[in-house]
Write a protein that binds this ligand. Structure first.
Ligand SMILES: [Zn+2]
Length: 378
């Protein structure tokens, strides 16, 4: 019998509700569990899954935080107001410049952030969480390194189909762990919605991939443990709400009276107390969601003393989406980043590992996987 091989397949946004409703991998991976996620987007959930720690411990929450004077975008402050198509072109140039200087190793995008407002912000985490030593707390990759476990990683940097082919051919290699992250399902569901036929087709493709892994490992005489998981779920969007417009209509000018970052499901504000009070009142009356209290943020592990992720935070109710936002001007078919306790927010774990209690949260994934690898003779 050959050396065991462990496959870790991280599918961004494969929510528990999706797994259940499509019966995903039901006949291949017999043990499964819903996983609680963290408040925020993948910029928070991926480091949490990889480290087993909440955002206030690993430091990465939203993709953007208030920068003070040292924003890499600070010169954009002096740009005049430009027509949207021209802004888009300049944004592409700015991104190209940052990429050329290799300032940011992890995933980021400038989306539709107004250039002059971008000058106040910085990319919160510039490191690549899929590399060892990149986070301030131990990640699963640090765990592999310190244990001398050989591994290979494929991420969004290379096309999914190529990654899948490469991983399958690596089953014959001497690597102990094969780790694949994909964001294609996330992107598809944003465009099409959670229960679309194309989503079903994509899931069939992934099932075929898992089946091929198991078959290939059997042929190679290597016992294979396959763990499929996700960082969060996905919710169909039912209504777009204009939070930004509502605040403007009430006389508060963005960039002058207040600073804000309008994400898709969350708005974060920085302003003087009197303005903050007025904005908070408007948000509360809107019926679109709720303000997050300091206690709640602490409970979610998303309270940051320096306020760089926001002083006043407003979270939308599941299914609603801020349009326009800094993320875009059009609504999407589905979104995530709602209350982590909502059932559509939950991620999942599916495994053929026969023993050990399954985790109940993405925070338990790291120790579960290390336990599989160290303890398993499969
Ligand atoms: Zn997404």
């Amino acid at each position: 019998m050959g050396r065991p091989v462990h496959i870790i397949f991280l599918i961004d946004a494969l929510g528990w509700e999706i797994v259940e409703s499509f019966g995903f991998c039901r006949n291949l991976l017999h043990r499964s569990a819903p996983l609680d996620t963290v408040l925020g987007y993948s910029s928070a959930a991926i480091p949490s899954l990889l480290t087993g720690e909440l955002p206030n411990r690993h430091g990465a929450w939203a993709m953007y935080r208030l920068a003070g004077h040292e924003s890499p975008f600070r010169l954009l402050r002096f740009l005049p107001e430009l027509p949207h198509p021209l802004e888009r072109r300049i944004r592409l140039l700015v991104k190209r410049m940052i990429d050329r200087r290799d300032l940011v190793k992890g995933y980021y995008d400038l989306y539709d952030i107004p250039l002059r407002l971008l000058a106040d912000f910085d990319i919160a985490s510039r490191t690549d969480p899929y590399c060892p030593g990149s986070l301030p707390v131990e990640s699963i990759f640090d765990g592999f390194e310190s244990r001398g476990l050989s591994y290979r990683v494929w991420t969004y940097r290379t096309p999914e189909a190529e990654n899948v082919r490469d991983l399958l051919s690596s089953i014959d290699s001497s690597e102990r762990i094969l780790f694949l992250y994909t964001a294609e399902l996330d992107e598809l569901m944003h465009r099409r919605g959670v229960f679309h036929q194309e989503v079903e087709r994509k899931l069939s493709l992934y099932e075929g991939f898992v089946e091929s892994i198991i078959k290939k490992a059997r042929e190679a005489g290597r016992p294979a443990t396959v763990n499929v998981m996700s960082d969060h779920g996905m919710t169909d969007v039912t209504k777009a709400v204009d939070v930004w417009g509502e605040i403007t209509r009430n006389g508060y000018r963005l960039g002058k009276d207040y600073k804000a970052f309008y994400d898709s499901t969350m708005a974060r504000f920085w302003c003087e107390e009197s303005v903050a009070g007025g904005i908070a009142e408007l948000l509360e009356e809107s019926g679109w969601g709720r303000l997050l209290s300091e206690e709640e943020l602490k409970m979610y592990g998303c309270f940051f003393e320096d306020g760089s992720y926001g002083r006043t935070l407003f979270l939308l109710s599941p299914g609603l989406m801020i349009v326009p936002s800094f993320m875009g001007r059009e609504p999407l078919a589905a979104m995530h980043g709602y209350d982590p306790l909502d059932r559509f927010s939950k991620g999942c774990l599916l495994t053929n590992h026969p023993s050990g209690a399954l985790p109940t949260s993405i925070l338990g994934i790291k120790s579960f996987l290390l336990g599989c690898i160290e303890g398993g003779t499969r």
